[in-house]
Design a protein around this ligand. Structure first.
Ligand code: AMP
Ligand code: MG
Length: 396
């Protein structure tokens, strides 16, 4: 039964299992999604720190201090106890003794051998140039919330707090299976009737863009070959992306091969253009998408459904990738199917590109979004419309 885009997205969410979690070291965590809130194991800074090279002093209303020692970064500053009228030489990052009221930066003082002086009208502020213990974060406070994608900021902040590993969702293992007896890899000479395979590289590079590796397999349009290639794919990967062979032609064997491999269908055919014969199925914890072969269908189905599934696998929710822009000009279609159109957006407006045929890809070089032309609409004209970013920032 043909379902709407909204229903299909909902079914993707309901039928995609979450990945299990694993602890990874910080250096392996880039691009992973954290599966639980991370709490700070320490106060940071862990002790009151000097923010300057200068002198820690006791006495806010005094202008000349007796110099009693030195505290370098790494020294235990609690060993020094200042009495009123005393100062200690101190450096940036060094531990300020409890008995100090402020740190005066060295540019502001005049130094004799055993004393320092400041200008008579120089006021010393309490805690001046001192970073208090726990100023940035207190022990037990949330450092990173569950569902955050690990970027270099997350990694460096965790390192600062002494967190050496993170619990994250395992990244799904992904394979791409192209079908089609007409396909040859770029670099080979085309024989009559053949075309180059662009779908596998489109998918693998799109996945690379968001930090996922994938492996590529291919099969000709032959039922037994398709069955055996898919059997291996389903047994060994969390996410299987098949392109082509899912339509109703005499040589489209993907659905039959999936059935015979024990995959249960979640849905087949969606009221959309391009990409009507889209298939989703599951077997155990493996999610299978049968993407229609036309390159533009693969493209929009990847952005709308495959990425949604990946988000669910990583414990994230569905459709946060959409925004609205003001459409420039007028576009029309027939009612009854959602159309995804390659388009160019600026900060607040969007314009669709010329070549929207599902067999054409040229406009993807320029496109930076897909415009979503809703199912029930026939005309859109100078009005706010939904767009999906390319590439999609929420997974970066
Ligand atoms: P299919 O869904 O198998 O009927 O394929 C639909 C159209 O997409 C046909 O014109 C195919 O030749 C083309 N096609 C299928 N797979 C690929 C691919 N990997 N790269 C480029 N075009 C493809
Ligand atoms: Mg085919």
């Amino acid at each position: 039964m043909m379902i709407s885009v909204e229903e299909a997205i909902k079914l993707v969410g309901e039928n995609t299992p979450r990945m299990s979690t694993i602890k990874v070291g910080l250096s392996d965590a880039l691009g992973c999604v954290v599966s639980e809130d991370i709490l700070s194991p320490v106060n940071f800074p862990p002790f009151a720190q000097s923010a300057m090279d200068g002198y820690a002093v006791n006495g806010l209303d005094i202008h000349e201090f007796e110099l009693v020692g030195e505290i370098k970064a790494g020294d235990d500053g609690s060993m020094i106890s200042l009495k009123r009228g005393q100062a200690v030489r101190i450096f940036t990052g060094a531990m300020v003794p409890d008995s100090a009221d402020a740190v005066i930066k060295q540019e502001d003082i005049v130094r004799d051998t055993d004393t320092i002086r400041i200008n008579i009208d120089r006021k010393i502020k309490e805690l001046e140039n001192i970073r208090p213990e726990g100023e940035q974060i207190q022990k037990g406070e949330i450092v990173i919330s569950k569902g955050t994608k690990v970027n270099n900021g997350v990694i460096s902040y965790c390192a600062m707090l002494g967190i050496e590993g993170l619990i994250v969702y395992r990244k799904p293992s992904i394979c791409i299976v192209t079908t089609g007896s007409e396909l040859v890899a770029p670099g080979n000479e085309l024989k009559p009737g053949q075309i180059y395979d662009s779908n596998s590289l489109m998918l693998s590079s799109s996945l690379q863009e968001i930090g996922f590796e994938s492996e590529i397999f291919s099969t000709s349009d032959n039922l037994d070959k398709t069955k055996s290639v898919l059997s291996n794919a389903i047994a060994n990967y969390d996410l299987v992306l098949i392109t082509g062979g899912i339509s109703v032609g005499d040589y489209d064997f993907v659905q039959e091969a999936l059935n015979e491999n024990g995959v249960s269908k979640v849905f087949y055919t969606v009221k959309q253009k391009p990409g009507k014969p889209l298939y989703m199925g599951v077997k155990g914890n493996t999610v299978v998408f049968g993407l229609p072969g036309n390159p533009a269908s693969v493209h929009s189905c990847y952005h709308v459904y495959v990425l949604t599934a990946i988000r669910y696998m990583l414990g994230l929710s569905g459709k946060e990738n959409r925004e609205t822009r003001l459409l420039k000009g007028r576009i029309s279609k027939t009612v009854g199917r959602t159309q995804f159109m390659k388009a160019v957006q600026t900060e607040d407006s969007v314009e669709v590109l010329k070549r929207q045929s599902s067999a054409m890809l040229g406009d993807l070089v320029e496109a930076n979004c897909l415009l979503v032309f809703p199912e029930e609409k026939e005309i859109l004209e100078n009005e706010r419309t939904e767009i999906i970013h390319l590439p999609q920032p929420y997974l970066f």
